[in-house]
Design a binder for this molecule. Structure first.
Ligand code: ZN
Length: 351
């Protein structure tokens, strides 16, 4: 992976294509290739990074240098051609702001969903088609190839949860980890796996069919669980997404409240809120234990609106510990450090 460490210099364009906004950045990585010359590998004591524990001390190269940033509303209701053109125009806009040449600057795009070569009519496509995107006008369309053609250069794509995990492993709460599992607990539940080479360069692991880390659709109760949009029942997402918690609270108490209100009331006199959150933290533990038993990551970093629940960090680790195949839990479970910018920063790290 030394080659990819070496490639991580100069400027990168990152794009986060979300359901409500499209954001683009130009990031300077010239001092960020700490893997090649960073404190862990420079020590020369073998794979020094091969231990979990505190991240290496921050140095000059440990912060993303954002040279330009721009955003526009996605307006996905205007359809495929609009989203394609809006993304293309934003790339040229942010490049102009930063004074970089689009054709010469490596570029990555984060977007929800994955890709398939199976056409909606069941036939096979020569190019990758978007699948499972919440910007539904993209589904079944060759967005990757069309955007590359419109921009005039190759583009690296990945799932938004993978990009979140990649940014947090490079610059955020999972710095220094060999294996990171990033979880987004938001309107949906997603996850991404990031592996760090011995040279210290974190890379997102997409998997053979692009679904690595798709933890949100592991089912906890396929018989009696709540129905999921994926067609099954009882997926992790139907218990741990923000809307799932709000819906269940409204059903039990008869009063609709926001997640933030439920969280605050759960710490006080509201028994419905407290019981519900206790149950969901227990399910969080059971569901994450499965990930730990398979992947055994050094760090699990949580993002999305539900990651603001303090209960996940207080009672969460012991709930996980009750279910893993080990007599203690060494895995660190931490809150994100980069906020909303993680997706777009991770996209810039893809190429
Ligand atoms: Zn599902």
């Amino acid at each position: 992976m030394t080659a990819s460490s070496a490639r991580r210099r100069g400027q990168r364009i990152g794009v986060d294509l979300g359901g409500t906004k499209i954001e683009a950045v130009v990031v300077g990585l010239d001092s960020a290739a700490r893997g090649a010359a960073g404190p862990t590998s420079a020590a020369g004591a073998g794979p020094a990074s091969a231990v979990s524990g505190p991240a290496p001390a921050a140095g000059a190269g440990d912060e993303p240098r954002v040279l330009a940033r721009a955003r526009v509303p996605t307006k996905r209701e205007l359809g495929y051609e609009h989203v394609l053109e809006a993304t293309r125009a934003l790339v040229f806009e942010v490049a102009k702001q930063a004074g970089v040449d689009v054709i010469a600057t490596p570029m990555g795009v984060a977007m929800p969903g994955s890709v398939t070569t199976r056409r909606p009519d069941g036939g096979r496509s020569d190019v990758a088609l978007v699948k499972n995107s919440n910007t539904t006008c993209l589904n079944g369309r060759p967005f990757h190839a069309d955007l590359a053609r419109a921009v005039g250069r190759e583009i690296a794509f990945s799932n938004d949860a993978n990009c979140f995990a990649l940014a947090e492993a490079t610059w955020g709460a999972a710095r220094g980890a060999r294996v990171t599992f990033g979880v987004i607990l938001g309107t949906g539940v997603g996850g991404g796996v990031v592996l760090t080479s011995d040279a210290g360069t974190p890379r997102a692991w997409d998997g053979a069919q692009g679904i690595a880390g798709e933890w949100g659709h592991v089912t906890l109760d396929p018989e009696r669980g709540p129905a999921c949009y994926c067609g099954r029942r009882g997926c992790v997402e139907t218990y741990l997404s923000g809307p799932a918690i709000e819906r269940e609270y409204a059903q039990r108490s008869g009063v609709p409240r926001s997640l933030a209100e439920i969280a605050a009331r759960g710490k006080k006199e509201d028994d419905v809120a407290r019981t519900l959150l206790d149950e969901r933290v227990e399910l969080f533990g059971r569901a994450l234990a499965t990930v730990i038993d398979v992947l055994d990551p050094d760090v699990i970093v949580l993002g999305g609106g539900v990651s603001n629940l303090e209960q996940l960090y207080e009672a969460g680790p012991s709930a996980v510990a009750r279910w893993i195949f080990n007599d203690e839990l060494a895995t660190r479970i931490v809150k994100h450090a980069l906020g909303d910018s993680a997706g777009v920063l991770g996209a810039a790290l893809l190429p």
